[in-house]
Design a protein around this ligand. Structure first.
Ligand code: PGA
Length: 233
């Protein structure tokens, strides 16, 4: 099975930086065949989704699109929200939901995140549900029956995010054991200070990684992709 490399640009980059990154993403025969064992997912800020789709399609890049959030409401009078309906035709395959930055700075509750998960699934968008210890059970509490197992679980220890202090990859086996009885989902993603040097260790014990900082520079990201790909051959 392919390993997931999910790049979350958060609120970084403007239009020309996005165009540069995507127009220069390597796409020759050699890089395409080297990266076939990876599912590369990019979550740019909302305003650049259409541009990203256009460049990905015109260059036939092996990149899938994700959103960094999704409205819990349908389309309607919800100023500033982005609904599943708004995203139609943009080929969005994944939604990062409940990221700790949204829970912390935007006071997202587990109930709201659960509603977003339901909304994503209703639009056939796969939820990448961000979780942290010791809240695994509480963060699952509001998910309707049979929903949790449809989520990708992204274990994202807050202390590891953006700090350069990644979790010990050896702990991921224990984390999987804790999450499985609660969520049932089989896909476990790790996020928090992943880089080209440690990505291989994480891919030995989980199904993919979620990156912030290491996805911003195209060169760093491509180095990480090659390190990831070689670590799983
Ligand atoms: P980081 O962010 O890779 O910059 O630590 C990870 C995340 O927020 O998911």
């Amino acid at each position: 099975m392919k390993k997931y490399i999910i790049a979350n640009w958060k609120s970084h980059k403007n239009l020309s930086e996005v165009a540069y990154w995507l127009n220069n993403f390597p796409n020759n025969e050699e890089s395409r065949s080297a990266l076939t064992n990876l599912e590369i997912v990019l979550a740019p800020p909302y305003p650049f989704l259409a541009l990203a789709k256009e460049i990905i399609e015109s260059r036939q890049l092996p990149i899938k699109l994700a959103v960094q959030d999704l409205s819990a409401f349908g389309s309607g009078s919800f100023t500033g929200e982005v609904s599943g309906h708004n995203l139609q035709d943009l080929h969005i395959e994944y939604a990062i939901l409940g990221h700790s930055e949204r829970r912390r700075f935007l006071t997202e509750t587990s109930q709201l995140v659960a509603d977003k998960v339901g909304e994503a699934l209703s639009w056939k968008i796969k939820p990448i549900l961000c979780l942290d210890k010791p809240y695994f059970a509480e963060q699952a509490r509001f998910l309707p029956d049979m929903t949790a197992e449809k989520c990708f679980l992204a274990y994202e220890p807050v202390a590891a995010i953006g700090s350069g202090l990644a979790e010990d990859s050896g702990n991921l086996l224990e984390i999987r054991k804790e999450l499985t009885p609660i969520y049932g989902s089989k896909i476990l993603i790790y996020g928090g200070s992943v880089n080209a040097d440690n990505v291989g260790a994480f891919l030995q014990v989980c199904d993919g990684v979620l990156l912030g900082g290491a996805s911003l520079s195209l060169n760093d990201f491509v180095d990480l992709l090659f390190a990831a790909s070689q670590s799983i051959v």
